[in-house]
Design a binder for this molecule. Structure first.
Ligand code: AMP
Length: 213
């Protein structure tokens, strides 16, 4: 099964993608995670991507499309995958459709729908573990010990691009460049809308019910 997670930054795509990956036994592929890993390792790609990410802008398609297409060509993706954060532009979606011409296009594009006001609250409270990638929220999903990752014990941090100005910029970029993909996948007949304001578990169950229907 090939699944795309659509929805604004902070809508909970990443959390749901990880839960779906566990449920269906297929990899969770996040372009944001790939870029962050490259920044951490100090690669050329990481150096190029960092300035765009810190400003809440999209990393140019030249740096993103081939990277993703190469990733989903790996053996662990043979039975499907969950894409989180890709595609983000119409050009990326078209390139993905082209790349999947032979193997078959994606099965579901899940739109996790959350209004902007709720997104701002969520992102300002989001905390992530720089060591293992676990994601928390100071109110909704707090760590058991304040500031310490439940999973690995490292100190959790706020992502640099979760500060208020950058969040607003990311939302503007989302509305301009990524939201049109909802119509793109509707036209392909594989778009599924889910109310992302429900609890994490309810969102997950709503998605699974739609995928298994
Ligand atoms: P995310 O973790 O998905 O919120 O992504 C964090 C940042 O990485 C985004 O704000 C972009 O700067 C960059 N990024 C991730 N995926 C893409 C993509 N498909 N196209 C362009 N930039 C991306």
């Amino acid at each position: 099964m090939k699944i795309i997670m659509l929805g604004a930054p902070g809508a909970g795509k990443g959390t749901q993608a990880k839960m779906l990956a566990d449920r269906f036994g297929i990899p969770h592929v996040s372009t944001g995670d790939i870029f962050r890993a490259n920044i951490k390792e100090g690669t050329e790609l990481g150096k190029k991507a960092k300035a765009y990410m810190d400003a809440g802008e999209l990393v140019p398609d030249e740096l993103t499309v081939d990277l993703l297409i190469d990733r989903i060509g790996k053996e662990d993706c043979a039975n499907g995958y969950i894409l989180d954060g890709f595609p983000r532009t119409l050009n990326q979606a078209e390139k993905l459709t082209e790349a999947l011409a032979e193997s078959g296009n994606i099965d579901f594009a899940v739109n996790v729908d959350v209004p902007d006001e709720a997104i701002v609250v969520r992102m300002s409270g989001r905390r992530v573990c720089p060591a293992c990638g676990a994601s928390y929220h100071i109110v909704n999903i707090p760590t058991k010990v304040p500031g310490i990752c439940d999973r690995c014990g490292a100190e959790v941090v706020q992502r640099k691009d979760d500060n208020p100005e950058t969040v607003q910029n990311r939302l503007d970029v989302y509305h301009e460049q990524t939201q049109p993909l909802i119509d793109y996948y509707k036209a392909l007949g594989c778009e599924v809308d889910v109310d992302g304001t429900q609890s994490m578990q309810d969102v997950f169950e709503a998605i699974v019910a739609r995928l298994e229907a």
